[in-house]
Structure formats: C-alpha cells, structure tokens
Design a protein around this ligand. Structure first.
Ligand code: K1U
Ligand code: ZN
Length: 172
C-alpha cells in the first residue's frame, strides 16, 4: 500500500467524468488499498479515485472518526436509487479544495447500490453524515466539486486563493 498525492483545484483531471470498473480484480483492490491509506493519511473521511488521478468510479470512506476502530467502506460503480426530497445542511470540506469549507444542502437520505471490495453487490441506506459524504464523493465521479454549488463570486474567490497558494508552493 502507498500514500498517493491528492490533486487539488484548479486541475482539469478533477473535472473528468470517471469510467465504470469492468471487474473488481486484484489491481482495483490494490487501488482501493492505496486510496484508503491516502485518505487516512490526509486525514479525511472520504476519497474518490479521480482525486489521486485515476478516472474510475471508485470511492472509499470511513466516517467512524475513531483512530482505534477503523470502519473502511469501499464503493465500486455506485448508483443512487433513491433520494429524499428533504434536505440536510452540512459544512463540507474537500481534500482537493484545501482549507475551504462551506454549508451545502443535499438530500438528507439516499439509497445506493454498489459493488464492495470483493465485487459483491450491496445496497446501502444512508442518512446523516454518511448520506452527505457519499453524495459528495459521487459528485467527484461526475467531475463536480462542492464549490460548484456556491455563488459565482464565492467560487471564484476560492479558486483564486487556491491558485495563489499553488504558485507560492512552487516558488518556495
Ligand atoms: O475530499 C474529499 O472528498 C473528502 C472530504 C469528504 C467530506 C467531508 C465533509 C463533508 C462531505 C464530504 C473530507 O474528508 S474533508 C476532511 C474532513 O472532513 C475531515 C478531516 C479530518 C477529520 C474529520 C473530517
Ligand atoms: Zn471532495
């Protein structure tokens, strides 16, 4: 397993629509191992494959927030079957949009079908942070970032800040 570099906005790769996985094999399990290690190292509670430059429909998550009791979750080719009309607001962050946070409204519950780490079909009924996180991660599969839900002005201020931070990092 290895910790990979997480791409940050602005980066055209983050805007790609990820492709489905044909078969959950050894190579994809190795990718999921790298993703979960990268997510724990960041640290974060979710990560999509495109955030480490791989345009495949794979997500890893662990919302347990307990260092000693890890509960990793792996989602391959996830599809949302049902979404609640009621919305929940969470302050979201993103490892690809460092140090920026914003309140985002999303359906408060959802049902997701996916393949697990072993390629077995699963159905998850999610609510609370789990529902928010999975929807945030599934947006990554479509090339969508949480800042896309903000006003044009707020989004452009954040992108300017991130571009500046990137330039400074290269100079130093
Ligand atoms: O980059 C990502 O997609 C991961 C992102 C997931 C997320 C967070 C909050 C709401 C929706 C989705 C993060 O993990 S940002 C970091 C974070 O939330 C966190 C970091 C350390 C401890 C606890 C949380
Ligand atoms: Zn994100």
């Amino acid at each position: 397993m290895s910790v990979k570099i997480i791409l940050t906005e602005p980066n055209k790769l983050l805007r790609l629509v990820s492709e489905p996985v044909e078969k959950v094999d050894k190579e994809y399990r190795r990718l999921m191992d790298d993703m979960i290690e990268t997510m724990y190292a960041a640290p974060g509670i979710g990560l999509a494959a495109i955030q480490i430059g791989v345009p495949k429909r794979i997500i890893v998550m662990d919302i347990s927030r307990d260092e000693n009791k890890k509960e990793p979750m792996y989602f391959v080719n996830p599809v949302v079957n049902k979404k609640n009309s009621e919305k929940a607001i969470y302050e979201e962050g993103c490892l690809s949009v460092p140090d920026q946070f914003a309140e985002i409204a999303r359906p408060s519950k959802c049902e997701v079908e996916y393949l697990d780490y072993n390629g077995k079909k699963q159905l998850l009924k999610a609510e609370g942070l789990l529902a928010t996180c999975i929807q945030h991660e599934m947006d990554h599969l479509e090339g969508i970032l949480f800042i896309d839900y903000l006003s044009k002005l707020k989004k452009s201020i954040i992108i300017k800040k991130l571009s500046k931070a990137k330039t400074n990092r290269i100079v130093v």
